[in-house]
Design a protein around this ligand. Structure first.
Ligand code: IPT
Length: 484
């Protein structure tokens, strides 16, 4: 009896069922993501492993390419330990620095002596890239490769030219893209690489695409024309508000405008290149014992999660292995707790069980009630030609929350461009949530946090856009204690 009442209250009427087949899905609008970009968005988080010869020098993050290969000697390297950590942190993908700017290669490359072949580790018979991809495979983690374009060791050659380097880099890229199974991402760092022009990247791009059609390319500066995903503009974990997936593909000359375009994107931009947020769990990119007490706290990581994943970006979180070749227990603990906190927060949408009504409701398969059904397949849409909508949730009881999350249907393009959230206790007098007023972007995921609010009614106002709204989910939540 109770169940039946609930069903009726939620609008599950016979009439609604009949219109299910009658409704057509909204057409996509503007630029839309490729299959590669959709796959990338759904990862949400990726681990970055900065590991190499710098790890064995005292406080070096940007080696000069002169360090002796003999010093590379992890005493207990165990890539499975890295993957176990990712499993407990809910991170489904990882990128390894196969070669950083110092030029030292973690695999036995045929094209250089400056690599593991000449290290003390495993008598020169080891291959870190192999161990990494094997462990990824074993644990169902998507493997990615960072092959640093800027190479200080090669630069030491008296006969160095960018033309010669073009073929050296291409040969190494070919080794990595051919011999190590499926590679899900390749990372073209722009740092120090200004002399490497777009024609060089054009040559290298063809290798990636031919060998690894599904590989997501992180591109920046001169590799930008080939980028599936862009740099977000800083290394502090703070994607912009808004942070559109679209931006302009043409070089923006003015520096401030360039950084703004990276950080915030451009709503009417001419290219779909969403932002990836690279940030380290420690002050440095490489491991240094001195920083063991400066590992970002769970709260700091939660802040970063909210301004990256919660700002329509993907978080690329650096977890640098130590001289043993293991992740430090502090880093592992903090990301596992972050994952626990994310689950405790978002597994429980406090709007579940609410009555839902919308001023602009396509109905049927796209009814507003699908915003809170906790099903990734379903979504709410408005009627064609109507970009606004007020969606009111009547909660079963007065409830306290301090966080909200919305998810747009990215496959249908950025549609909504302005939205706000209000609450009420009588359904008549509405109070706006300042932090959630005049928001612009939704995209894959948008999270807003605020001081606790207790309310019986919540209203999502879609105020502007370029097409009718299409939104997967909307919810209010209580942030887990562990994150504070
Ligand atoms: C910065 C590069 O300029 C940018 O293109 C991208 O590669 C980024 O690094 C990755 O974090 S340089 C850095 C010192 C801010």
């Amino acid at each position: 009896m109770k169940l039946k009442k609930l069903f009726l209250a939620a609008g599950f009427t016979a009439a609604a069922t009949v219109s299910v087949t009658a409704q057509k899905a909204p057409e996509p609008c503007g630029l839309t993501p490729s299959a590669r970009q959709i796959e990338w968005y759904n990862r949400e988080m990726i681990a970055f492993f900065h590991f190499g010869i710098n790890t064995f020098e005292d406080f070096v993050n940007e080696g000069d390419g002169k360090a002796s290969t003999a010093i590379f000697n992890p005493t207990a390297l165990d890539c499975e330990q890295w993957m176990q950590t990712l499993k407990s942190a809910g991170i489904p993908a990882a990128i390894l620095t196969a070669k950083h700017a110092d030029g030292f290669c973690l695999w036995p490359s045929k094209y250089t002596d400056y690599c593991v072949k000449n290290s003390t580790w495993k008598g020169g018979k080891g291959d870190v890239v192999r161990e990494f991809v094997d462990a990824c495979e074993e644990y169902g983690i998507k493997a990615g490769i960072y092959l640093g374009p800027h190479d200080r060791h090669e630069h030491l050659r008296p006969d160095y030219t960018t033309e010669k380097y073009k073929y050296y880099y291409a040969a190494q890229l070919e080794e990595l893209m051919s011999d190590y199974g499926k590679i899900w991402e390749t990372w073209w760092d722009g740092a120090g690489a200004d002399e490497l022009t777009t024609p060089l990247y054009t040559h290298w791009y063809k290798i990636v695409r031919e060998k690894q059609p599904d590989c997501v390319i992180f591109g920046t500066k001169n590799s930008y024309p080939f980028a599936d995903v862009r740099w977000m503009g800083n290394e502090a974990g703070k994607a912009g508000d808004p942070c559109w997936a679209t931006t302009d593909s043409i070089a923006i000359r003015d520096e401030a405008a360039y950084y703004q375009a990276l950080n915030e994107g451009i709503y009417n931009g001419n290219a779909y290149v969403p932002a990836e947020t690279d940030v380290s769990i420690r002050p440095s990119w490489f491991y240094h014992e001195e920083e063991d007490n400066r590992v970002k706290t769970v709260k700091e990581l939660w802040d970063i999660y909210c301004t990256s994943v919660g700002h329509n970006s993907v978080l690329l979180l650096n977890l640098p292995p130590d001289r043993r070749g293991l992740l430090h227990s502090k880093d592992s603990l903090h990301i596992a707790l972050l994952n626990q906190g994310i689950h405790e927060t978002f597994d429980k949408n406090l709007l579940a069980g609410s009555r839902v009504s919308a001023t602009n409701n396509r109905g049927g398969k796209f009814d507003a009630r699908y915003l809170i059904d906790n099903d990734k397949q379903t979504y709410y849409a408005g009627r064609d030609g109507n970009v606004k909508s007020d969606i009111t949730f009547t909660l079963p009881r007065s409830t306290t929350f301090d966080c909200l999350m919305a998810e747009e249907v990215i496959e249908l393009g950025h549609r909504t461009s302005r939205w706000s959230v209000e609450y009420s206790n009588n359904g008549k007098d509405w109070t706006s949530i300042p932090e959630a007023t005049g928001k612009q972007c939704i995209g894959y995921k948008w999270i807003v946090r605020f001081a606790p609010i207790t309310a019986k009614y919540v209203r999502l106002r879609i105020e502007d856009g370029r097409a009718c709204p299409a939104i997967h989910s909307f919810g209010v939540y209580k942030q887990a204690e562990i994150l504070k």
